[in-house]
Design a protein around this ligand. Structure first.
Ligand code: ADP
Ligand code: MG
Length: 595
């Protein structure tokens, strides 16, 4: 919150200017700019937070504007009736545009939305009876209360109120389960699924948000201008919003405000520069992409972080050193919350998986008993990660059957398994790099959070209470890994070893009944390794089945109840650790001498 204050002050100043100046041109421009901020904020949800590029926002604004214009000018509706309909219609159109997004990567979506934008424009011209063709719709009245029609300043006030409400809603979303889910879809789609986020639903939600805000912007633009023509909605207009978000700072609350001020308001005010605009902004965009790819708001945050770091070192060692001694880690780490239910066992029969000519799994039959630590060892490329992917449903097997508990999950999705209580630690950490450690851990609770959409968006007491409890839990987990003092720091700034611990904390936050760990010990210090061993035993003792893929033979010998050895996609041996690991052939051929 604190870092958005300067930007809000700037916004307030910009808003106050036309209200005190009394110059109608300025009021007009400010209203237009504030409407653009509404649209930009919606696109920020789609692009900034969810990673879905759209070049079609301008076309969606057109849909909202025309819907409002047609209903008001041709059918005599009031603004208060027409605007909600326009919002719903546009949200629908935005969602329609999203359908290809489920199958395509983001740069193809850019092309699809660009195509949609062009199609909308020609439809506006073609359906002359409805839209007035090239001459558009005229005589759209201002909104009115009873017989009193709003003045130009009233419209500005109204748009500012819309902005404030939207800002609060988006802030609530971004800080919630939904926001974390969006960012997970953007940053690490597989990880998103493994914590229970359905990427398709999330994208749909993001496109619906983008559509609804574009519809709102269109409705406001229609009554602000009093007319709509196809010329208002050129391709430039669609691209404008993407630039506003990128330049202002994608995935920053203040991004669209800054982007609009710089990209639209400033050049309008400095009319002398109008013809240089393309050049100036092209150059500005290039400079930004090189020096501040996170946009202006992002660059600002980075500068502040660097200044803070410059001041910090003197203070931290003295105050914090005692906090994460090995003892502390051990004590807290043992405090693993109870799992969400009985431990889950797994039964694989005849599981095969090939990638082209590579037979990663060649008919695996394996039973993983509930409530045990089951280690899987084997040389690189033996199919260990693939096996975890099949169990967690991130991959579909070519043949064979997977049972989870008593349930056949051979065709289930990863999201569904996450909801059943399966959690995953990835071989290479998959984190929300730009989010805090705390948010990364909170993401792990995605599948067990109860507060629904409306409670989240409005931050109702129920949602707030739940969040407070989860934050406590997350902070305890972070403390257990000696990361308590860094809870607010960016995950991307963590050293690799600690990123792994963060992965573990996220997985534990799910209170899993089955925990799949892919080489969690890689790159840990001996002290961290010892703590991890204790932690894994504590997890098992709390009632969670653990499947541990690991190269570190000492760790395996210490914690495993059962060891399975894989080689080239086949099961070599499976049994008690002494037997499986004691087999000299296994030690030499597959694992190398214990370090
Ligand atoms: P491990 O985790 O035991 O090191 P993996 O399960 O990652 O092994 O890989 C097993 C084999 O399958 C390797 O030969 C690897 O190159 C191949 N493989 C794994 N994933 C893919 C993929 N997505 N596409 C193609 N080949 C893959
Ligand atoms: Mg692997």
């Amino acid at each position: 919150m604190r870092r958005t204050v300067p930007w809000l002050a700037l916004l307030a100043a910009a808003a106050a200017l036309p209200l005190v100046s009394g110059d109608p041109t300025i009021t007009y421009l400010a209203t237009t700019a504030a409407i653009y901020v509404v649209v930009g904020t919606g696109l920020n949800i789609m692009f900034g937070y969810t990673g879905q590029v759209s070049l079609g926002q301008g076309a969606l604004v057109a849909v909202g504007a025309y819907a409002t214009g047609i209903l008001m000018a041709d059918h005599g509706w009031t603004f208060w009736a027409a605007a909600p309909v326009a919002v719903v219609v546009t949200a629908g159109a935005g969602t329609l545009m999203a359908l290809p997004a489920f199958r395509l990567s983001s740069w193809y979506i850019a092309l699809v939305t660009l195509g949609a934008a062009m199609a909308v424009r020609s439809l506006l011209v073609e359906f002359e009876g409805l839209t007035g063709g090239w001459s558009g719709l005229v005589g759209i009245p201002r909104p009115s209360f009873g017989s009193r029609e709003l003045g130009e300043r009233d419209v500005l006030w109204m748009v500012l109120v819309v902005n404030v409400v939207l800002f609060v809603m988006v802030r609530n979303i971004v800080g919630s389960r939904l926001g974390r889910g969006m960012m997970a879809v953007r940053d690490a789609p597989e990880m998103a699924r493994s914590v229970g986020v359905g990427p398709a639903r999330m994208k749909l939600f993001a496109f619906a948000c983008g559509g609804a805000t574009a519809g709102m912007g269109g409705a406001l633009l229609a009554v602000h201008h009093g007319l709509v023509t196809p010329d208002d909605f050129t391709l430039d207009f669609s691209i404008l919003f993407l630039l506003v978000v990128i330049i202002g700072g994608a995935a920053r609350l203040a991004g669209p405000v800054i982007g609009t001020l710089l990209f639209f308001a400033l050049p309008e005010l400095l009319t002398g520069l109008a013809e240089w605009r393309g050049l100036i902004y092209g150059a500005a965009l290039l400079v930004l992409m090189v020096y501040a790819p996170q946009g202006i708001a992002g660059g600002w945050d980075k500068l502040r972080a660097r200044r803070r770091k410059g001041r910090a070192p003197a203070a931290t060692p003295a105050t914090g050193a005692a906090e994460d001694t090995a003892e502390d880690v051990a004590e807290d780490a043992a405090e693993v919350g109870p799992p969400r239910g009985e431990p889950l066992g797994v039964e694989l029969s005849g599981v095969r998986k090939s990638f082209g000519g590579v037979h990663a799994l060649q008919g695996i039959d394996l039973t993983i008993e509930p409530g045990k630590v089951h280690a899987i060892v084997g040389p690189n490329g033996s199919g260990k990660t693939t096996l975890l992917n099949v169990i967690s449903r991130l991959l579909r097997q070519d043949a064979g059957r997977v049972l989870l508990g008593a349930e056949d999950v051979s065709r289930a999705t990863a999201e569904r398994l996450a909801r059943r209580g399966v959690a995953r630690v990835f071989q290479t950490p998959r984190l929300l790099g730009a989010s805090s450690l705390r948010d990364n851990v909170l993401l792990g609770a995605y599948a067990r959070e109860r507060a629904g959409g409306p409670a989240t968006v409005l931050r109702l007491p129920r949602a707030r209470r739940e969040r407070a409890e989860l934050v406590l839990e997350a902070d305890r987990l972070l403390a257990g890994h000696g990361l308590a003092r860094r809870a607010e720091e960016e995950a991307a700034a963590l050293p690799h070893g600690e990123q792994r611990l963060l992965e573990v904390a996220r997985a534990l936050m799910a209170r899993p009944r089955l925990l799949l760990m892919d080489e969690p010990a890689a790159g840990l210090t001996p002290r961290e390794l010892e703590a991890l061993g204790r932690l894994i035993r504590a997890i098992r003792d709390a009632g969670t089945t653990v499947v541990l893929v690991e190269h570190h033979i000492e760790l395996v010998a210490n914690v495993a109840d059962v060891v399975t050895v894989l080689d080239r996609g086949r099961l070599v041996t499976s049994g008690a650790p002494e037997e499986a690991l004691g087999d000299a052939r296994v030690v030499e051929l597959y694992l190398g001498a214990p370090a």
